[in-house]
Design a protein around this ligand. Structure first.
Ligand code: G3P
Length: 217
């Protein structure tokens, strides 16, 4: 399973990247706003840190506008993956950009049928939003499982990128179902290492070690 960081915070991305935890990055207009930087500067800088795909999202809602913005965003770095919304114009742009050799991430996916359309448009990634499905009282994980099954039924190459991840349990569930990628906010990614018994066990080992009076190196 690949780990993407769902953030436009360059400092956090650099830190996680140094830990070897970053296979790619996803941004969106809200995350660019939060970063306080320009989409061009932030995207370029992230692409200089991370070798894997870095999703940058178009904001035009018509095909021509999306293609214009995709040309600009794609010109920022070779590893920019163009993020388009789940609309007919977005799917048309997905097909055209894919034909140009660009990776496309179709975002704002909330149904298995939408995921089917993205795969047929040749998307590199489909982004089902788990947390937002849970928010309206439905089951985001059920959506991931449905998409996994449909893609496997037909051997679609589109990768299932579990997005809108809010908890460490989302990460575990997505992994159990077989999502190809999970995009995770930095704090949640860091929380994956935590377990109270790990902390307790380490404290006990260190206390006993101190009593030995030894040094390893
Ligand atoms: O990857 C999409 C993600 O950023 C949306 O997350 O928490 O705003 O639903 P959230």
């Amino acid at each position: 399973m690949k780990f993407f960081v769902d953030s436009a915070d360059v400092k956090e991305i650099r830190e996680l990247s140094e830990l070897g935890l970053v296979d790619g990055v996803t941004t969106n207009p809200s995350l660019i706003l939060k970063s306080g930087g320009s989409i061009a500067d932030v995207t370029r800088e992230i692409c200089s840190i991370v070798a894997g795909p870095v999703s940058a999202e178009v904001v035009a809602t018509d095909y021509d506008g999306m293609m214009r913005e995709a040309a600009f965003l794609g010109g920022l770095a070779d590893n920019v993956c163009i993020k388009v919304p789940m609309t007919f114009d977005g799917l048309k742009a997905c097909r055209a950009l894919t034909a140009q050799g660009r990776k496309v991430n179709v975002t704002l996916c909330f149904s298995a049928n939408q995921a089917l359309l993205a795969a047929k448009a040749g998307a590199a990634f489909i982004s089902p939003f788990i947390g937002r499905v849970d928010d309206i009282g439905l089951d985001g994980m059920e959506l991931i499982a449905e998409i996994r099954q449909i893609y496997d039924n037909y051997d679609f190459g589109t990768e299932v990128l579990a997005a809108s991840v809010r908890t460490v349990n989302h990460v575990k569930q997505a992994a159990l179902i077989g999502a190809d990628v999970v995009t995770v906010p930095p704090a949640t990614l860091k929380a994956l290492v935590k377990h109270p018994l790990t902390d307790k066990g380490l404290d006990a080992f260190l206390a006993d070690w101190a009593k030995t009076g030894q040094k390893i190196a």
